[in-house]
Structures are given as structure tokens and as C-alpha cells.
Design a protein around this ligand. Structure first.
Ligand SMILES: Cc1ncc(COP(=O)(O)O)c(C=O)c1O
Length: 383
């Protein structure tokens, strides 16, 4: 397929955006939090949306076989994962998908395993469903961030009902190895635990890593697992509201059929068809975006090594979120507050991702290299 060009939006254009990233801060602040990209959306998606708006085709979402078929084709060609379109269920977004699955499989007070640092809504989803969080934090070893399998085994033995997995991981940018995922699947089978695999960042995996869909591991994973995913992160269409819940076993699928029927039509019509178009026709754009992000993740490393050599940043294997340890800069309890007030630059605060990560920031590098340079310069000015 022909290579696509991705248009990086100018700051002037971005500042007209109505999304939270561009409304949360005054115009003198450079915003690098919130996982949305500063790139123009793929042309096939924009053409579809323009057509639907032009024809006032803006009603409720009904049958949409195109979506499951497009996802199955994409998963097969990109990850060699055979998905049964009959086992793909539409939901409003990944958050709603996870919450509804949790409501189906647990009762308030049940225990759910997660591993900090973790995307902050993993915590809010637990609060929303009245579930108890069991945190087994990541460890930092010689090869970078590692799952604490001894801790995970202890948690399984203590009677957890669900393991909520971020695969690949936000904010660490880790793409799990097959052996790691297999170990989880086996533990889950042994202890009767449901694994919910949030795979929203998967299409943004860089070439050196291999993303393994949890359900592609085989019968054991299919018996214990459910995947929740979306095109919203990789194709930059979070505001359109559509995600999917996928199973690969008849038993799981029967349970998913019990999800409230409203979960389907609470996704938007625009989101449903944009998602189908993303998976069907969005791969050239996605590959072009990955080239930009690949360049940016290394560019950021060079900037930090040059200008802030004591901070720690490991180049991620997927997506566009950099997890940066600023503890050597001594910026107080919440570095993001100081950087915002004194440097006019905004990041996600480490403390929202876990109990012991207040000295970290999460930086979104899906932007221009000019913005990245300016963001790092603004940190330098503060210290
Ligand atoms: C791991 C993860 N899951 C879910 C979401 C949010 O997805 P949604 O907007 O579909 O709820 C994000 C957003 O950044 C994310 O990083």
C-alpha cells in the first residue's frame, strides 16, 4: 500500500480544538498530557465523517457487521490473530467496556489485581464498581520494568476475582513477552480468575517489539480472558466514542451476551463507522504515524540526555507516552504543579498513576519535534 503522509497540526490550529487537552489550560501553557495526538486524522475517516454529517446521518447505532469484520481482518493481518466476528461486541468506550464486564463477572467487594504505575482510570473503574484493588507494583530490574511474578502469584492465591491487564502498558510502554502472558493465563486458569486485557495501545507497537493479543495465546487464555480495545487511541478518534469487547470462547461469549443491550447503542454511530473504517482502511496512515512516533521517542531521548542528563527515561516499545523520572530535579511533592506554574508546560502527574510515582511525569510525544524541544526547554528554565 502507498505510504501516507501524516499532517502534524500547527499550534495555532491545535489551540482552536475543543478537546480537553486544548481547553484545560490557558493559551500560554504548552499542553503535553492527555493521550490524543497532535496529528490530522486519517483521510478515509475524515471523508466518512464528512459524508455522514453532510447527509445528516447522525442517528442511533444499529447493526454494524462492518466493524467486527474489519477488526477481524486487521487482527489477522497485523497480529496473526483469528477473531470470530460473532464474538465482537460494541460498547461506548474502553472504560465503559471494562466497567460493564466487571459488573457482569464480579460483585462489589471482590478483589481485582492491577499493577502500578497504571493508567489512572484503572483506579476509577474499580471505584465505580465497588471493587477492591490489589496492587502488585512493577519492579525495575536490569532490563527495565518487569512484572513481579512472585507478588502476582501471592495475589492470585489471596483470592482475586479479576486480573486487569494493560497490554501493552500505559504508562511504561512495555509490550509483554509471550511467556509472561502465558504465565498469567495459566495462573488465571489454576485460580479461576478472569483476565481482562485492555489492548487499546496495541496497534501502536513499534517494530522491535511483538505485540501478542492475549486471546491469541490459545485455549487456556481463551477460557479465562476477555479483551477490550478500540481504534480510538491509534487513530486519534477518542471523542467519537466506540470500543469493542472481544471473547474467543463460547462460554465467555454467552456471558458477554448478557451485557445490557444498551452498551451497544451507547456507542455513537459516527464512532462505530469511523472505527470500522480505521481497521479496514487506516493501516497506511497508522504505519506513517508509527514512523513519526518512532522518530519522536528517540528525539526525546536525545533532548533529555543533552539538556536534563540526570532524569531517567526509557524509550517505550509502544505508543506515544513517555514515563520520565524527575526525582533528581528536586521539584517538590508534585513536579507537574511546579512545571505548570513556573514553566507553563503541562504533563500528567505521576501521582495519579500509583502510590509511589509522584516524582514521575507522563509526557505525550505525539506532537511536533518543535513542541517537544520547547517542552524540554521549559523544564530546563524551571530548574
Ligand atoms: C490503557 C488505556 N485504556 C483505556 C483508555 C481510554 O479509553 P476510552 O477513552 O475508550 O475509555 C486509555 C486512554 O488513554 C488508556 O491508555
Amino acid at each position: 500500500m502507498a505510504e501516507e503522509q501524516v499532517r502534524i497540526l500547527s499550534l495555532d490550529e491545535l489551540r482552536t480544538h475543543r478537546s480537553t487537552k486544548w481547553r484545560d489550560f490557558p493559551s500560554d501553557v504548552l499542553p503535553l498530557p492527555v493521550a490524543e495526538m497532535d496529528f490530522a486524522v486519517a483521510e478515509p475517516i475524515r471523508a466518512l465523517l464528512a459524508d455522514m454529517v453532510a447527509h445528516s446521518d447522525l442517528g442511533y447505532l444499529g447493526p454494524i457487521p462492518e466493524l467486527a469484520i474489519a477488526f477481524a481482518k486487521f487482527s489477522q493481518s497485523r497480529w496473526n490473530w483469528s477473531v470470530d466476528p460473532e464474538q465482537v461486541h460494541t460498547v461506548t468506550d474502553v472504560g465503559v467496556g471494562v466497567v460493564e464486564v466487571l459488573r457482569q463477572f464480579t460483585k462489589p467487594g471482590d478483589k481485582v489485581l492491577l499493577s502500578s504505575p497504571i493508567y489512572h482510570n484503572f483506579y476509577t473503574w474499580m471505584d465505580e464498581t465497588g471493587l477492591e484493588k490489589v496492587d502488585v507494583p512493577f519492579l525495575h530490574g536490569v532490563d527495565g520494568w518487569e512484572m513481579d511474578f512472585e507478588g502476582i502469584k501471592r495475589a492470585y492465591k489471596s483470592g482475586i476475582k479479576v486480573h486487569l491487564l494493560c497490554n501493552p502498558h500505559n504508562p511504561l510502554g512495555r509490550v509483554y513477552l509471550k511467556e509472561e502472558l502465558e504465565q498469567i493465563a495459566e495462573l488465571a486458569k489454576e485460580h479461576g480468575v478472569l483476565v481482562i486485557s485492555d489492548e487499546i495501545h496495541a496497534p501502536l507497537t513499534f517494530a522491535e517489539a511483538t505485540f501478542i493479543p492475549f486471546l491469541s495465546l490459545g485455549p487456556i487464555a481463551q477460557e479465562v480472558g476477555i479483551t477490550v480495545t478500540a481504534a480510538s487511541k491509534a487513530w486519534n478518534i477518542a471523542g467519537l466514542k466506540c470500543a469493542i469487547v472481544v471473547s474467543q470462547s463460547k462460554t465467555m461469549n454467552k456471558k458477554l451476551a448478557l451485557l445490557p443491550p444498551a452498551t451497544h447503542y451507547r456507542a455513537s454511530l459516527l464512532g462505530g463507522f469511523a472505527t470500522a473504517t480505521a481497521f479496514a482502511d487506516g493501516e497506511p496512515w497508522l504505519n506513517a504515524v508509527l514512523k513519526i512516533l518512532d522518530s519522536n521517542r528517540h528525539f526525546l531521548k536525545t533532548l533529555l540526555v543533552d539538556k536534563l542528563p540526570t532524569v531517567r527515561y526509557e524509550v517505550p516499545e509502544c505508543s506515544y507516552l513517555a514515563w520520565i523520572d524527575l526525582s533528581t530535579l528536586n521539584l517538590g511533592e508534585n513536579p507537574t504543579k511546579v512545571l505548570l506554574e513556573r514553566g507553563k508546560v503541562a504533563f500528567n502527574a505521576g501521582q495519579t498513576f500509583g502510590p509511589d510515582t509522584s516524582q514521575f511525569i507522563r509526557l505525550n510525544f505525539a506532537t511536533s519535534q518543535e513542541v517537544l524541544s520547547e517542552a524540554v526547554d521549559r523544564i530546563v528554565q524551571v530548574i
